[in-house]
Write a new protein. Structure first.
Ligand code: PBG
Length: 322
């Protein structure tokens, strides 16, 4: 049926009707709030490039998580800034490591909050790369050992899900095997499946103190130009046992999110990363945009593209409006 019988504007006349025919609705169920934890007591240290985001000591993170949960946030993902770094990121495997302590404290203060832990070495190595360096580059297979150790240790601390973000080949399989062998066969793995070597991670590296000391991450993170390779990454992760796959960043990669949704039946996450957050906050700080509506539009677009789960620093701001 064509115009004038069909008039698409009819469904747009009243707000109740617009609400009824809306195809994509954001819900608190979709959102995950990232948190940065550091050693110390009663610390809440602002991250310059991410207004409203802080490095928090374990006690502060635990009480903040209780508040988030009471406001409707159901899940957080933790990143650690350790007191001491080493060559391989071994500090991240310690039972008393910073994230292990945070998981335990958060589980005490907000037992129902779902606590995801990022698994990677870049915050824990002196050189800031995501794995063990051999001959000037990150050695894939050696890194699988530290990633597996870190995952088992986080499982022991009580995390609800591990999320490897390193982009080593075979890490999902290695982590799955290590978890299974240690009695954690029910612990899910959310893989950062298509993680691109992106300029949008800049503010995160300030927040997590994880900038590479030399070179860049292009020998392990994906080339932003590649879509077919992302599909191969997804095939690999799913075959190795990933329970959830992820695309990261989100906004410049909505086509990848849609491609994953169309090609795979595995639940899909997207990471609305630090640079995407910082751009919105910077423009809002200058009064150039309406932050609340822009954030709703951004998160809705990520969901419309196909994401079931959205990790976003905006979670703490938008949750009260959902
Ligand atoms: C660790 C990791 C990074 C992010 C999540 N996990 C940084 C990186 O790869 O350099 C980025 C998150 C963000 O920018 O918000 N490997």
């Amino acid at each position: 049926m064509a115009f004038p019988v069909t008039r698409l504007r009819r469904l747009r006349q009243k707000s109740a009707l617009r609400d009824m025919v809306r195809e994509t609705k954001l819900s608190p169920d979709d959102l995950v709030m990232p948190l940065f934890v550091r050693p110390g007591k009663d610390i809440k240290k602002p991250v310059e490039s991410m207004p409203g985001i802080y490095q928090r000591s374990v006690d502060n993170a635990a009480s903040y998580c209780r508040e988030l949960y009471s406001r409707g946030v159901k899940a957080v993902i933790l990143f650690g800034i350790p007191g001491r770094k080493d060559e391989t990121g071994d500090v991240a495997c310690h039972p008393e490591g910073i994230v292990q302590q945070a998981v335990a404290a958060i589980k005490d203060s907000a037992p129902e909050l779902f606590v995801i832990t990022d698994v990677c070495n870049c915050e824990y190595t002196t050189h800031g790369h995501c794995g063990t360096i051999v001959n000037g580059d990150v050695d894939n297979d050696r890194t699988l050992e530290t990633l597996s150790g870190q995952s088992v240790s986080l499982a022991g601390a009580g995390t609800d899900m591990v999320a490897p973000s390193d982009m080593m080949d075979g890490r999902v399989g290695a982590i799955r095997k290590a978890l299974d062998e240690n009695g954690y066969s029910n612990l899910p793995v959310m893989a950062y499946t298509a993680k691109f070597a992106s300029a949008f991670y800049g503010p995160f590296r300030e927040a997590a103190e994880s900038s590479p000391g030399f070179g860049d991450r292009k020998t392990y993170q994906m080339d932003p130009a590649n879509r077919l390779e992302a599909l191969r990454e997804a095939e690999e992760d799913i075959t190795e046992g990933a329970d959830i796959i992820m695309v990261k960043p989100a906004l410049s990669y909505l086509d990848i999110i849609r491609a994953f949704k169309d090609n795979f039946n595995t639940p899909l996450a997207a990471y609305n990363v630090s640079g995407e957050f910082a751009m919105v906050k910077a423009a809002a700080g200058k009064g150039w945009i309406d932050e609340k509506s822009m954030v709703a539009e951004i998160l809705t677009s990520i969901k419309r593209a196909g994401a079931d789960i959205i990790i976003s620093y905006h979670t703490q701001d938008i949750i009260d409006h959902l």
